[in-house]
Design a binder for this molecule. Structure first.
Ligand code: FAD
Length: 317
Protein backbone atom coordinates (compact mmCIF):
# COMPACT_ATOMS: atom_id res chain seq x y z
CA UNK A 1 0.00 0.00 0.00
CA UNK A 2 1.23 3.46 -0.95
CA UNK A 3 1.68 4.96 2.50
CA UNK A 4 5.12 5.91 3.75
CA UNK A 5 5.19 4.41 7.24
CA UNK A 6 8.12 6.60 8.29
CA UNK A 7 6.32 9.76 7.23
CA UNK A 8 3.16 8.59 9.03
CA UNK A 9 5.27 7.83 12.12
CA UNK A 10 6.51 11.44 12.12
CA UNK A 11 3.01 12.80 11.61
CA UNK A 12 1.55 10.93 14.60
CA UNK A 13 4.69 10.91 16.74
CA UNK A 14 4.53 7.13 17.16
CA UNK A 15 6.27 4.15 15.60
CA UNK A 16 4.13 2.95 12.66
CA UNK A 17 5.31 -0.49 11.52
CA UNK A 18 4.71 -2.19 8.20
CA UNK A 19 3.44 -5.73 7.52
CA UNK A 20 2.96 -6.81 11.15
CA UNK A 21 1.46 -10.29 11.83
CA UNK A 22 -1.68 -9.81 13.94
CA UNK A 23 -1.94 -13.37 15.33
CA UNK A 24 0.17 -12.55 18.41
CA UNK A 25 -2.21 -9.68 19.24
CA UNK A 26 -5.30 -11.90 19.28
CA UNK A 27 -6.45 -14.42 21.89
CA UNK A 28 -6.76 -17.12 19.19
CA UNK A 29 -3.17 -16.49 18.02
CA UNK A 30 -4.12 -16.81 14.35
CA UNK A 31 -4.57 -14.56 11.34
CA UNK A 32 -2.54 -12.60 8.80
CA UNK A 33 -0.69 -9.27 8.86
CA UNK A 34 -1.69 -5.62 9.03
CA UNK A 35 -0.30 -3.45 6.23
CA UNK A 36 0.43 -0.81 8.86
CA UNK A 37 0.37 -1.17 12.64
CA UNK A 38 0.64 1.29 15.50
CA UNK A 39 0.19 1.06 19.28
CA UNK A 40 -1.34 3.95 21.19
CA UNK A 41 -0.93 4.29 24.95
CA UNK A 42 -3.45 7.00 25.86
CA UNK A 43 -6.76 8.49 24.75
CA UNK A 44 -4.84 11.50 23.39
CA UNK A 45 -2.57 9.30 21.23
CA UNK A 46 -5.51 7.23 20.03
CA UNK A 47 -7.47 10.31 19.08
CA UNK A 48 -4.45 11.81 17.28
CA UNK A 49 -3.86 8.67 15.18
CA UNK A 50 -7.54 8.33 14.29
CA UNK A 51 -7.75 11.96 13.17
CA UNK A 52 -4.60 11.63 11.05
CA UNK A 53 -5.81 8.39 9.42
CA UNK A 54 -9.15 10.00 8.70
CA UNK A 55 -7.49 13.11 7.25
CA UNK A 56 -5.49 10.91 4.85
CA UNK A 57 -8.45 8.69 3.92
CA UNK A 58 -6.41 5.78 5.21
CA UNK A 59 -8.62 2.77 6.09
CA UNK A 60 -8.11 1.87 9.76
CA UNK A 61 -9.27 -0.72 12.24
CA UNK A 62 -9.12 -0.65 15.99
CA UNK A 63 -7.84 -3.58 18.00
CA UNK A 64 -8.14 -3.83 21.77
CA UNK A 65 -7.14 -7.19 23.22
CA UNK A 66 -8.11 -9.03 20.03
CA UNK A 67 -10.28 -11.39 22.06
CA UNK A 68 -13.47 -11.04 20.05
CA UNK A 69 -12.12 -10.98 16.51
CA UNK A 70 -11.09 -13.49 13.89
CA UNK A 71 -8.45 -11.95 11.62
CA UNK A 72 -8.42 -13.39 8.08
CA UNK A 73 -5.30 -15.20 6.91
CA UNK A 74 -4.84 -12.55 4.22
CA UNK A 75 -4.73 -9.93 6.95
CA UNK A 76 -5.99 -6.37 7.18
CA UNK A 77 -5.45 -3.67 4.59
CA UNK A 78 -4.70 -0.20 5.91
CA UNK A 79 -3.77 0.75 9.46
CA UNK A 80 -4.46 -1.37 12.53
CA UNK A 81 -4.41 0.70 15.70
CA UNK A 82 -3.88 -1.25 18.90
CA UNK A 83 -5.31 0.66 21.85
CA UNK A 84 -3.15 0.11 24.89
CA UNK A 85 -2.48 2.15 27.99
CA UNK A 86 0.57 3.45 29.80
CA UNK A 87 2.57 1.01 31.93
CA UNK A 88 1.28 1.11 35.50
CA UNK A 89 -2.23 2.08 34.36
CA UNK A 90 -3.20 -1.18 32.66
CA UNK A 91 -5.56 -2.44 35.36
CA UNK A 92 -6.87 0.75 36.87
CA UNK A 93 -8.94 3.86 36.51
CA UNK A 94 -8.91 7.31 38.01
CA UNK A 95 -11.47 8.08 40.73
CA UNK A 96 -13.65 10.95 39.53
CA UNK A 97 -16.05 11.12 42.47
CA UNK A 98 -16.74 9.10 45.58
CA UNK A 99 -19.52 8.90 48.16
CA UNK A 100 -20.28 6.36 50.88
CA UNK A 101 -22.16 4.10 48.50
CA UNK A 102 -20.95 4.95 44.99
CA UNK A 103 -17.84 5.77 43.01
CA UNK A 104 -17.17 6.99 39.48
CA UNK A 105 -14.00 5.91 37.72
CA UNK A 106 -12.47 7.10 34.45
CA UNK A 107 -10.65 4.44 32.44
CA UNK A 108 -8.63 4.79 29.26
CA UNK A 109 -9.91 2.55 26.44
CA UNK A 110 -6.80 0.35 26.63
CA UNK A 111 -7.27 -0.64 30.29
CA UNK A 112 -7.55 -4.42 30.66
CA UNK A 113 -11.08 -5.45 31.65
CA UNK A 114 -10.16 -8.45 33.80
CA UNK A 115 -7.44 -6.54 35.68
CA UNK A 116 -9.80 -3.64 36.27
CA UNK A 117 -12.40 -6.02 37.69
CA UNK A 118 -9.90 -7.35 40.26
CA UNK A 119 -8.52 -3.89 41.05
CA UNK A 120 -11.99 -2.44 41.71
CA UNK A 121 -12.95 -5.48 43.82
CA UNK A 122 -9.77 -5.11 45.89
CA UNK A 123 -10.86 -1.55 46.76
CA UNK A 124 -14.39 -2.64 47.67
CA UNK A 125 -15.87 -1.01 44.55
CA UNK A 126 -18.73 -3.32 43.59
CA UNK A 127 -20.29 -4.08 40.22
CA UNK A 128 -17.47 -5.29 37.95
CA UNK A 129 -17.07 -8.75 39.53
CA UNK A 130 -18.71 -10.34 36.48
CA UNK A 131 -15.83 -9.11 34.29
CA UNK A 132 -12.87 -10.84 35.99
CA UNK A 133 -12.59 -13.54 33.32
CA UNK A 134 -13.10 -11.34 30.28
CA UNK A 135 -9.97 -10.87 28.18
CA UNK A 136 -9.41 -7.66 26.26
CA UNK A 137 -9.83 -3.98 26.92
CA UNK A 138 -12.50 -1.85 28.51
CA UNK A 139 -12.86 0.07 25.22
CA UNK A 140 -13.65 -3.17 23.36
CA UNK A 141 -15.96 -4.25 26.18
CA UNK A 142 -17.80 -0.90 26.16
CA UNK A 143 -18.21 -0.93 22.37
CA UNK A 144 -19.53 -4.51 22.32
CA UNK A 145 -21.44 -4.51 25.65
CA UNK A 146 -19.49 -7.46 27.02
CA UNK A 147 -21.25 -9.31 29.81
CA UNK A 148 -21.25 -12.45 31.95
CA UNK A 149 -22.84 -13.88 35.09
CA UNK A 150 -25.76 -11.46 35.03
CA UNK A 151 -23.63 -8.33 34.61
CA UNK A 152 -22.75 -6.31 31.55
CA UNK A 153 -21.14 -3.04 30.51
CA UNK A 154 -24.54 -1.40 29.97
CA UNK A 155 -25.07 -1.64 33.75
CA UNK A 156 -21.66 -0.21 34.67
CA UNK A 157 -21.02 2.50 32.08
CA UNK A 158 -21.97 6.04 33.07
CA UNK A 159 -20.69 7.67 29.89
CA UNK A 160 -18.00 7.28 27.26
CA UNK A 161 -15.79 9.71 25.35
CA UNK A 162 -16.06 8.65 21.76
CA UNK A 163 -14.06 9.75 18.72
CA UNK A 164 -16.12 10.49 15.61
CA UNK A 165 -14.69 11.85 12.34
CA UNK A 166 -16.23 15.26 13.06
CA UNK A 167 -15.04 15.47 16.67
CA UNK A 168 -15.04 13.83 20.08
CA UNK A 169 -18.38 13.46 21.85
CA UNK A 170 -19.36 12.42 25.34
CA UNK A 171 -22.15 9.85 25.10
CA UNK A 172 -24.22 9.21 28.22
CA UNK A 173 -25.10 5.54 28.75
CA UNK A 174 -28.60 6.13 27.33
CA UNK A 175 -27.02 7.31 24.08
CA UNK A 176 -24.84 4.20 23.71
CA UNK A 177 -27.77 2.16 22.33
CA UNK A 178 -26.92 -0.88 24.40
CA UNK A 179 -28.49 -4.24 23.65
CA UNK A 180 -27.32 -7.85 24.05
CA UNK A 181 -23.58 -7.83 23.09
CA UNK A 182 -24.23 -4.74 20.98
CA UNK A 183 -24.19 -0.97 21.10
CA UNK A 184 -24.92 1.89 18.76
CA UNK A 185 -21.19 1.88 17.87
CA UNK A 186 -21.04 -1.82 17.08
CA UNK A 187 -24.48 -2.36 15.57
CA UNK A 188 -24.59 0.55 13.15
CA UNK A 189 -20.93 0.30 12.19
CA UNK A 190 -20.79 4.07 12.75
CA UNK A 191 -17.16 5.20 12.28
CA UNK A 192 -16.15 5.73 15.88
CA UNK A 193 -13.81 4.68 18.68
CA UNK A 194 -14.19 4.67 22.45
CA UNK A 195 -11.39 6.78 23.94
CA UNK A 196 -12.37 6.68 27.62
CA UNK A 197 -15.05 5.03 29.68
CA UNK A 198 -16.52 6.37 32.94
CA UNK A 199 -17.87 3.59 35.15
CA UNK A 200 -20.38 4.02 37.96
CA UNK A 201 -19.85 1.41 40.67
CA UNK A 202 -21.24 0.72 44.13
CA UNK A 203 -19.24 0.33 47.33
CA UNK A 204 -19.19 -2.62 49.68
CA UNK A 205 -17.13 -5.42 51.10
CA UNK A 206 -13.81 -6.25 49.42
CA UNK A 207 -13.99 -9.83 50.73
CA UNK A 208 -17.44 -10.34 49.23
CA UNK A 209 -16.34 -8.85 45.91
CA UNK A 210 -13.25 -11.09 45.72
CA UNK A 211 -15.31 -14.15 46.78
CA UNK A 212 -17.80 -13.39 44.00
CA UNK A 213 -14.94 -13.24 41.50
CA UNK A 214 -13.54 -16.56 42.68
CA UNK A 215 -16.99 -18.21 42.37
CA UNK A 216 -17.43 -16.85 38.83
CA UNK A 217 -13.94 -17.93 37.83
CA UNK A 218 -14.42 -21.42 39.21
CA UNK A 219 -17.54 -21.74 37.07
CA UNK A 220 -15.64 -20.46 34.04
CA UNK A 221 -12.74 -22.88 34.55
CA UNK A 222 -15.21 -25.75 34.94
CA UNK A 223 -17.24 -24.99 31.82
CA UNK A 224 -14.88 -23.31 29.37
CA UNK A 225 -11.67 -24.43 27.68
CA UNK A 226 -8.33 -22.96 28.68
CA UNK A 227 -6.81 -23.34 25.21
CA UNK A 228 -6.47 -20.31 22.93
CA UNK A 229 -9.82 -19.23 21.52
CA UNK A 230 -11.78 -16.15 20.56
CA UNK A 231 -14.54 -16.68 23.12
CA UNK A 232 -18.12 -17.56 22.17
CA UNK A 233 -18.29 -17.90 18.41
CA UNK A 234 -22.08 -17.63 18.03
CA UNK A 235 -24.62 -15.52 19.92
CA UNK A 236 -27.02 -17.48 22.11
CA UNK A 237 -30.40 -17.67 20.35
CA UNK A 238 -32.40 -17.06 23.55
CA UNK A 239 -33.81 -19.08 25.25
CA UNK A 240 -31.46 -21.63 23.66
CA UNK A 241 -27.67 -21.87 23.97
CA UNK A 242 -25.44 -22.16 20.91
CA UNK A 243 -22.97 -24.41 22.74
CA UNK A 244 -25.71 -26.85 23.65
CA UNK A 245 -27.14 -26.87 20.11
CA UNK A 246 -23.67 -27.61 18.68
CA UNK A 247 -23.11 -30.31 21.31
CA UNK A 248 -26.48 -31.93 20.50
CA UNK A 249 -25.31 -32.26 16.88
CA UNK A 250 -22.38 -34.33 18.17
CA UNK A 251 -19.82 -31.77 17.02
CA UNK A 252 -17.75 -31.25 20.19
CA UNK A 253 -14.16 -32.26 19.44
CA UNK A 254 -14.58 -31.94 15.65
CA UNK A 255 -11.35 -30.68 14.10
CA UNK A 256 -10.46 -28.89 10.88
CA UNK A 257 -6.76 -28.35 10.24
CA UNK A 258 -5.39 -26.80 13.42
CA UNK A 259 -8.76 -25.68 14.79
CA UNK A 260 -11.17 -27.69 16.90
CA UNK A 261 -14.60 -27.29 18.43
CA UNK A 262 -13.73 -27.53 22.11
CA UNK A 263 -14.35 -30.87 23.83
CA UNK A 264 -15.50 -28.85 26.83
CA UNK A 265 -17.86 -26.28 25.30
CA UNK A 266 -19.51 -26.41 21.87
CA UNK A 267 -19.45 -22.63 21.34
CA UNK A 268 -15.67 -22.29 21.84
CA UNK A 269 -13.42 -23.06 18.88
CA UNK A 270 -9.83 -23.57 19.98
CA UNK A 271 -6.42 -23.35 18.37
CA UNK A 272 -4.59 -26.69 18.62
CA UNK A 273 -1.33 -24.88 17.86
CA UNK A 274 -1.40 -24.30 14.12
CA UNK A 275 -4.94 -23.11 13.34
CA UNK A 276 -5.55 -20.76 10.44
CA UNK A 277 -8.48 -18.37 10.31
CA UNK A 278 -9.69 -20.37 7.34
CA UNK A 279 -9.82 -23.54 9.50
CA UNK A 280 -11.98 -21.69 12.03
CA UNK A 281 -14.49 -20.33 9.50
CA UNK A 282 -14.75 -23.80 7.91
CA UNK A 283 -15.77 -25.18 11.32
CA UNK A 284 -18.17 -22.28 11.83
CA UNK A 285 -19.91 -22.90 8.48
CA UNK A 286 -20.20 -26.60 9.26
CA UNK A 287 -21.60 -26.03 12.79
CA UNK A 288 -24.09 -23.45 11.54
CA UNK A 289 -25.30 -25.73 8.77
CA UNK A 290 -25.65 -28.78 11.03
CA UNK A 291 -27.54 -26.88 13.73
CA UNK A 292 -29.89 -25.44 11.12
CA UNK A 293 -30.54 -28.89 9.61
CA UNK A 294 -31.15 -30.47 13.02
CA UNK A 295 -33.08 -27.73 14.82
CA UNK A 296 -34.06 -25.09 12.25
CA UNK A 297 -32.12 -22.46 14.23
CA UNK A 298 -29.93 -20.05 12.23
CA UNK A 299 -26.98 -19.29 14.51
CA UNK A 300 -25.76 -15.72 14.39
CA UNK A 301 -22.01 -15.06 14.50
CA UNK A 302 -20.84 -13.18 17.63
CA UNK A 303 -17.12 -12.80 16.90
CA UNK A 304 -16.10 -10.18 14.37
CA UNK A 305 -14.56 -11.43 11.15
CA UNK A 306 -12.02 -8.78 10.20
CA UNK A 307 -9.67 -8.32 7.26
CA UNK A 308 -9.89 -9.67 3.73
CA UNK A 309 -11.99 -12.81 3.25
CA UNK A 310 -12.72 -14.78 0.09
CA UNK A 311 -16.46 -14.99 -0.60
CA UNK A 312 -16.43 -18.80 -0.34
CA UNK A 313 -14.83 -18.66 3.13
CA UNK A 314 -17.61 -16.63 4.69
CA UNK A 315 -20.51 -17.70 2.48
CA UNK A 316 -23.53 -18.60 4.63
CA UNK A 317 -22.14 -17.21 7.88
C1 FAD B 1 -11.70 -17.11 26.65
C2 FAD B 1 -12.64 -15.98 26.32
C3 FAD B 1 -13.76 -15.77 27.11
C4 FAD B 1 -14.64 -14.73 26.81
N1 FAD B 1 -15.74 -14.55 27.61
C5 FAD B 1 -16.59 -13.55 27.34
C6 FAD B 1 -17.75 -13.34 28.17
O1 FAD B 1 -17.99 -14.04 29.15
N2 FAD B 1 -18.58 -12.32 27.83
C7 FAD B 1 -18.35 -11.49 26.76
O2 FAD B 1 -19.14 -10.57 26.52
N3 FAD B 1 -17.28 -11.68 25.96
C8 FAD B 1 -16.40 -12.66 26.22
N4 FAD B 1 -15.31 -12.86 25.42
C9 FAD B 1 -15.13 -12.00 24.22
C10 FAD B 1 -14.23 -10.78 24.46
O3 FAD B 1 -13.33 -11.01 25.51
C11 FAD B 1 -15.03 -9.52 24.78
O4 FAD B 1 -15.94 -9.26 23.76
C12 FAD B 1 -14.09 -8.32 24.97
O5 FAD B 1 -14.80 -7.28 25.62
C13 FAD B 1 -13.49 -7.80 23.67
O6 FAD B 1 -12.57 -6.78 23.97
P1 FAD B 1 -11.24 -6.60 23.13
O7 FAD B 1 -10.54 -5.40 23.63
O8 FAD B 1 -10.46 -7.86 23.09
O9 FAD B 1 -11.86 -6.30 21.70
P2 FAD B 1 -11.23 -6.74 20.28
O10 FAD B 1 -11.42 -8.19 20.10
O11 FAD B 1 -9.87 -6.19 20.11
O12 FAD B 1 -12.21 -5.94 19.31
C14 FAD B 1 -13.56 -6.34 19.19
C15 FAD B 1 -14.30 -5.26 18.40
O13 FAD B 1 -14.36 -4.08 19.18
C16 FAD B 1 -13.74 -3.01 18.48
N5 FAD B 1 -13.03 -2.21 19.45
C17 FAD B 1 -11.94 -2.55 20.19
N6 FAD B 1 -11.58 -1.52 20.97
C18 FAD B 1 -12.46 -0.52 20.71
C19 FAD B 1 -12.61 0.81 21.17
N7 FAD B 1 -11.78 1.36 22.06
N8 FAD B 1 -13.63 1.56 20.66
C20 FAD B 1 -14.49 1.05 19.76
N9 FAD B 1 -14.38 -0.21 19.27
C21 FAD B 1 -13.38 -0.97 19.75
C22 FAD B 1 -12.80 -3.67 17.48
O14 FAD B 1 -12.58 -2.81 16.37
C23 FAD B 1 -13.59 -4.89 17.09
O15 FAD B 1 -14.57 -4.55 16.15
C24 FAD B 1 -14.41 -13.89 25.70
C25 FAD B 1 -13.27 -14.10 24.90
C26 FAD B 1 -12.39 -15.14 25.20
C27 FAD B 1 -11.18 -15.34 24.36
Amino acid sequence: MGVDSLELSYAVGLDVERNVPLGPFTSLKAGGPADLFVRTRSAAELSRVLTEAHRRDLPWMLLGGGSNVLVSDRGVRGLVIKAETAAGQRNRGQVLSESTDAVELRCEAGVLTAGLSRWTASLGFRGMEWAAGIPGTIGGAAAGNAGAYGGDMATNVARARVWFPDGVQVLEVGEMGYAYRASRLKRTGEVSAVLQVDLRLGRGSTDEALAQIEANELQRRTNQPTERSCGSVFKNPAPLYSGQLIEECGLKGTAQGGAQISEKHGNFFVNRGHATASDVVALMRMAKQRVYQARGVALEVEILLVGEWAAEEVDGL
